[in-house]
Design a protein around this ligand. Structure first.
Ligand SMILES: Nc1ncnc2c1ncn2[C@@H]1O[C@H](COP(=O)(O)OP(=O)(O)OP(=O)(O)O)[C@@H](O)[C@H]1O
Ligand SMILES: [Mg+2]
Length: 275
């Protein structure tokens, strides 16, 4: 603790003791249970965990798409749990970008028009938004496909359009829910590289929900959810690593410890990478 010389960046998201309950008749589903987490500005964070563990629910709570049942979420210094619906809509339009598994593009509109759309909603003048959409499509490597509709683009290219659209109003944070879930491995890798570049070169904070174990290689941090709580939180690259699930190793014999070391890839808890 005392020797931690890692520069602490400002948290852009602070979720404190959030719970989310869904009521289905008499049944209450506890999707998030007293979960607290902070995300640093400019970081690239993966949220992983088994199906139903609460990943999308957490993303919705911290991105102003939905409100928790209890607890507080601060996004960019603003308490979004106390904000009016009107204010939340504005936060969603200006402060955050979204990328979804199935792209959610307008099928009859060109890539250019899809990217312009959030700027139109935000009342940006036509000439300015045309210029910005063109630049964003160039940024994601689709400068020559601006006039194609989604149906005329590959899956990876569609997701690039969706990423360009997520940046339209220059939000500081981009939330992605399974952005590579509908792509092959080559396109997935390219999308992850693009998101990584946006984080490192444009300073965007990127929070990505994924089942893809390969994302660990490019993210700064991996948060794992189990049954609505954080069960693992590992920071890469800067030497900080903590594993809340880790059992104290004190009772293990030397023999067992060396056996574990020799078979690192055949982890017993491999179910977290299922699917
Ligand atoms: N609108 C809803 N109404 C009722 N229950 C819901 C609703 N949304 C999510 N849940 C429940 O909350 C829990 C967490 O769901 P969530 O979608 O966050 O999981 P997830 O980790 O994103 O799963 P997946 O990997 O399958 O997308 C699940 O038990 C789910 O059934
Ligand atoms: Mg989900």
């Amino acid at each position: 603790m005392a020797d931690r010389n890692v520069e602490k960046k400002k948290p852009v998201i602070i979720a404190s003791h959030i719970t989310k309950e869904y009521r289905l008749g008499k049944v209450i589903v506890h999707a998030l249970r007293d979960l607290s987490v902070e995300v640093e500005e400019g970081s690239f964070v993966a949220i992983m965990g088994p199906s139903g563990s609460g990943k999308s629910t957490l993303l919705h709570m911290i991105s102003a798409l939905d409100r928790p049942t209890s607890g507080q979420v601060i996004l960019e210094d603003e308490d979004i749990t106390a904000a009016s619906d009107r204010r939340l809509a504005r936060v969603r339009s200006k402060q955050v970008g979204f990328v979804f598994q199935f792209f959610n593009l307008f099928p009859t509109m060109s890539a250019q028009d899809n990217v312009e759309f959030p700027m139109m909603i935000a009342n940006m003048p036509g000439s300015k938004r045309r210029k910005r959409a063109k630049e964003l499509l160039e940024l994601v490597g689709l400068g020559d496909r601006r006039h194609h509709t989604p149906g005329e683009l590959s899956g990876g290219q569609r997701q690039r359009v969706a990423i360009a659209r997520s940046l339209a109003n220059d939000p500081p944070v981009v939330f992605c829910d399974e952005p590579t879930g509908n792509l092959d491995s080559t396109a997935s890798k390219e999308i992850m590289e693009l998101l990584h570049r946006l984080c490192k070169e444009q300073g965007k904070t990127i929070v990505i929900v994924t089942h893809d174990p390969a994302v660990g290689a490019v993210t700064d941090r991996m948060i794992e959810l189990c049954d609505g709580q954080i069960c693992k939180d590992v920071k890469n690259g800067k030497g900080e690593k903590h594993d809340k699930e880790e059992k104290p190793a004190k009772k293990r014999s030397k023999r067992k410890r060396s056996a574990i070391k020799k078979t690192p890839k055949k982890a017993k808890g491999g179910e977290k990478n299922a699917e």
